[in-house]
Design a protein. Sequence first.
Length: 204
Amino acid sequence: MFMRPTRAVLLVAATALAPALLFTAPAFANGSAVPATTTVTTSATPVDATDQAEDDRVAIARILHTATQNNDKRVIEEANKLLDNGSPEEMRAWLETGYRLAQAEDDRVAIARILHTATQNNDKRVIEEVNKLLDNGSPEEMRAWLETGYRLAQAEDDAFYIARMLANPNISDALRAAANAALDDGSPETLRYFREVGQYEVDG
């Protein structure tokens, strides 16, 4: 008879294995990072039903670990229900289809939050791309944008912000030098850091 391991044991295993399972995007200067997701793979090789159920429970525990870090509420809710009461069939079905849909729901919330911030900051590139995603984006497109596209769109808006700063004839020499250095570097991380932190350090 299949015996379910306790959630504590599963989470310990998931935490230990998590680094090999996460797609992580570069963090921005303020320490925030694009939400990560867990890769779920299925094998074409037949396995014992009990072994499959155990593997699925561990996979869901890994997903829960990542979702908890990212505060992905829908994924957390569904993963907890499965770990508490899910049958082997329900766990397998969720890994194959339900997880994708739950993650998409959480990704839409994350993208809507990004849109709110971008609107406040008049970050036109981010606003444009987010609106397209919210109108027509597939779960895969939303996930890909959060992992890579957001970083690049934000960098474009940050570079534009810094260029406008340089157009101000009253800018201090020190701030002008720091802004030019950020533009010369050109990396998304450097541009973000200068806009969020660096410009205030120079004139602080």
